[in-house]
Write a protein that binds this ligand. Structure first.
Ligand SMILES: *Cc1c(COP(=O)(O)O)cnc(C)c1O
Length: 486
């Protein structure tokens, strides 16, 4: 299907070929000299490809078929919730009243947009069990940082400057320790026990007068529900610390349990995961943060509030940590999330949760005979397998992931969480049919058989993709910023 040798757009270029036609100009050409500061004016023509409109359309259409996205195939990426992106969300986000407004417009002229933001805040407050929500943060990690800065402001307002440490479990998402560091804290790790849950004894050991907060994901990144959460909240609160909920993935608890009722003080949500915003290469994120009452004064400003019948931005928040993003958050993603919440309704969201958990458990139990299952208990929206049995045959988890590409599956998350050897982390999500789930399971079983009978075919995969194994880090270390024909 793919053209293996698709030329670069620069190779298609023919001098003088153009992709548009316009009538002759009937007004004088503007002299740009003097309009721009001298240092910013180009001295040479830029080196741009010269192609027809058809050339460029075909070029990008062909490239797009080489990409793997939720709309082109199953994408069971654990922890990242690559769920489907309802097309109705896209329609609503394109309404001109949402898409064509300007952030500097007067509030009176964008009442509909403000109403949507206000209503979305209210829905997220209800879903999380928090007391107030900001829509500003642009992604999950940004929400984590925002939440931690509020916790910091809270402690400092109480003249409590000794709280320099944030506790995170050894299974935590990498952004947790990163955000804690950027927010000026030191990270302390708490161990998981043999059931994959936070070890309470170890938690008691690390909690103290220097604890600013415990950051927790529940269900945790192994897909397991932290059953001792109420006791953990007591331990942390008892020592004067706050509880931070990493709610990037709410697919297993939405409409079933609320972080606010589990004792959490701050929560961020990834609207681009649980609430169906296209993400990864597909679009920007949105990481709203909810807080309990005692942290409300520190929320970023402004917050949308209602005065009488009017929606306004409230800037009068003297203890606010300030603005964390220009303007008001990634509004387009918020429109999509709002559309999703309203089109599903509370019962719909509950069904999402139930199917997400059912699908994950179904898959886990069918794969259990063929791979090692480090934690043999009911999972929530995702589960982890270990490829250590296959490793003994010379086939590593990375090889299994590459082999899946031959069957048009985006591989699951691998080598995360770090506390599981040769980890394979699978999140099927709620919207896949039983046929799709079975197709993936059968392929995984086939690959497990290949590992036993014909390991080379797995070790040398992928065989059918446009490119083979890539250097995993070179793109980050040596990015190609432009193409210069010699
Ligand atoms: C995705 C994710 C994050 C980070 O969210 P970004 O939007 O990528 O910054 C944090 N924690 C968990 C558990 C996640 O899955």
């Amino acid at each position: 299907m793919h053209n293996q040798d698709q030329p670069l757009i620069f190779e298609v270029s023919k001098q003088g070929r153009i992709g548009y036609s316009l009538p002759e100009m009937d007004v004088p050409e503007l002299d740009l000299n003097g309009l721009l500061p001298v240092g910013y004016v180009r001295e040479e023509e830029p080196n741009l490809p010269e192609v027809s409109e058809l050339d460029i359309m075909r070029h990008y259409t062909a490239l797009s078929t080489r990409n793997h996205g939720v709309d082109s195939g199953f994408y069971p990426l654990g922890s990242c919730t690559m769920k489907y992106n309802p097309k109705i969300n896209e329609n609503v986000a394109r309404y001109s009243g949402f898409a064509h407004i300007h952030p500097l417009q007067d509030e009176s002229s964008v009442q509909g947009a403000l109403a949507l933001m206000y209503d979305l805040q209210e829905h997220l407050i209800e879903i999380t069990g928090m007391d107030e929500v900001t829509l500003q943060p642009a992604a999950g990690a940004h929400g984590e940082w925002t939440g931690l800065m509020m916790i910091r402001a809270f402690h400092e307002t109480n003249n409590d400057f000794k709280r320099t440490k944030v506790i995170v479990p050894d299974s935590a998402h990498g952004t947790n320790p990163a955000s804690a560091t950027v927010a000026g804290f030191e990270t302390v790790t708490v161990k998981s026990n043999e059931h994959g849950l936070v070890d309470l004894e170890d938690l008691r050991r690390v909690v103290g007068e220097d604890t600013a907060a415990l950051m927790l994901t529940n269900p945790n990144t192994l897909g397991l529900f932290e059953e001792d959460i109420l006791e953990m909240a007591e331990i942390v609160h008892g020592a004067g610390g706050k509880l931070y909920y990493d709610g990037a993935n709410l697919n297993a608890v939405m409409s079933k349990a609320r972080p606010g009722d589990m004792g959490f003080d701050v929560v961020h949500l990834n609207l681009h995961k649980t609430f169906t915003g296209p993400h990864g290469g597909g679009g920007p994120g949105s990481g709203p943060v909810g807080v309990k009452a005692d942290l409300i004064p520190y929320l970023p400003k402004p917050i949308v509030t209602k005065r009488g019948d009017e929606y306004v931005f409230d800037y009068d928040r003297p203890q606010s940590i300030g603005r964390v993003k220009p303007f008001y958050g990634n509004f387009g993603i918020n429109v999509r999330a709002y559309t999703y919440i309203r089109s599903m309704g509370p019962d719909g969201l509950k069904a999402v949760t139930e199917y997400a958990v059912l699908n994950a458990n179904y898959m886990m139990r069918r794969l259990q005979p063929h791979f090692d299952l480090p934690f043999d208990r009911h999972c929530k929206h995702e589960f982890v397998l270990s490829g250590r049995r296959q490793k003994k045959l010379g086939v590593r988890t990375l090889d299994i992931a590459k082999r899946l590409l031959d069957f048009n599956y985006h591989p699951p998350t691998i080598y995360f969480p770090l506390n599981v050897e040769e980890c394979i982390m699978i999140e099927p999500t709620e919207t896949e049919s039983k046929e799709t789930l079975d197709g993936f399971i059968d392929t995984m079983i086939q690959i497990a058989k290949e590992a036993e009978e014909n390991p080379e075919i797995v070790q040398e995969a992928p065989h059918t993709t446009v490119v083979g194994r890539l250097d995993e880090t070179m793109a980050a270390r040596k990015p190609v910023l432009r193409y210069r024909p010699e």
